[in-house]
Write a protein that binds this ligand. Structure first.
Ligand code: CUA
Length: 342
């Protein structure tokens, strides 16, 4: 009887264990530091793991000893004599000093090594691609000086190549954080911080601002699209194409007129190869092919873009783009134009 119930318990435990394993294995948490997809994130995770495996046994040892000593040496009833007083034990003193020096060395050496590794890209300077990242309330600007491309909220990078990010801020302190690629680094007004990332495989990696920066902080997100080098080159060349984004339909043409002439859109936004050269809001070159709008907040669909144009602040609290009180027909035309900018 007892055996049967033990078997049942064991079966139950196995099911729960396998279930838990299955859940952790199948579910994808796109902003987890425990699923590194970049070389920097991997080094950082390994450092974390090392620390964990060093401190867990120490913690167990200390707690175990504490419990043992409390149980073994507590004062008993009628035990009112002072225990013998001793002072210092050379063997113990030397033992735990040496032990902790060794433990600290085990932690310090890799920490120092990886601090230098993470601080600057390892490859030759010519191989490192530069991207200037500027944090704005509440969106991201990405400037590729070599490729002559500027984009917003969706950063494309080639795989297998170190990318140096030069981090700046246009207003307050933000923090760039794409957990699968690297730990967070602050963007501070008046200075340039540096970090580097390198994606191993093509994919979409999600990130967000990790420093409270005002009303729209929670909606200051981004995606990094890592592509095979050839695909990245195609993307960059397409973005820099001077004939980029010619309206294909009459409605889109009407939208372009509104964007460039009738409405104040071009005072804040740039669209490459047009007269729109504003730099207050996100650069909209390639907006039609981005996955999201509103800095990673909404899927880029006709319906969401129409909602955004109707009243940005209503769907993204704090958004600095004003409500232009556009008429439904104008919104339709602008949606057609912007979604066509692929
Ligand atoms: Cu930018 Cu929080």
């Amino acid at each position: 009887m007892r055996l049967t119930s033990w078997r049942r318990t064991r079966a139950l435990l196995a099911t729960v264990g396998l279930g838990a394993l299955g859940l952790t294995g199948c579910a994808r948490y796109p902003q987890s530091t425990f699923s590194p997809a970049g070389v920097v994130a991997k080094v950082q995770l390994e450092l974390f793991d090392l620390g964990l495996w060093v401190v867990i046994p120490i913690g167990l040892l200390v707690i175990g000893l504490l419990i043992y000593i409390l149980a073994r040496f507590s004062a008993r009833k009628g035990d009112d004599e002072l225990p013998p007083q001793i002072e210092g034990n050379h063997k113990l003193e030397v033992g735990w000093t040496v032990a902790f020096v060794l433990i600290l060395a085990v932690l310090t050496v890799p920490n120092l090594r990886d601090t230098f590794y993470v601080a600057a890209p390892p490859a030759q300077a010519a191989d490192v691609m530069q991207v200037t990242v500027t944090g704005h309330q509440w969106w991201w600007a990405f400037d590729y000086p070599t490729q002559h491309v500027v984009t917003a909220n969706e950063m494309h990078i080639p795989t297998g190549r170190p990318i140096e990010l030069n981090l700046k801020s246009a207003d307050v302190i933000h923090a760039f954080w794409v957990p699968e690629l690297a730990g967070k680094v602050d963007l501070i007004p008046g200075r340039t911080n540096h970090m580097w990332i390198q994606a191993k495989k093509p994919g979409v990696y999600y990130g967000q601002c990790a420093e409270f920066c005002g009303t729209g902080h929670a909606d200051m997100r981004l995606v990094v699209v890592a592509q095979a080098p050839a695909a990245f080159q195609r993307w960059a060349a397409h973005m820099a194409d001077p004939h980029y984004g010619t309206p294909a339909t009459a409605l889109a043409k009407e939208g372009q007129q509104l964007f460039l002439k009738t409405e104040p859109c071009s005072a804040c936004h740039t669209v490459a190869s047009t007269s729109a050269k504003g730099v207050i809001g996100p650069n909209l070159t390639g907006i039609g092919s981005r996955m999201y709008i509103g800095a990673g907040t909404f899927r880029n669909t006709n319906a969401n873009l129409a909602l955004w144009l109707h009243d940005p602040g209503a769907i993204k609290p704090g958004a600095k783009m004003p409500n232009l009180h556009l008429k439904p027909g104008q919104i339709q035309a602008l949606v057609a134009y912007l979604r066509g900018l692929k």
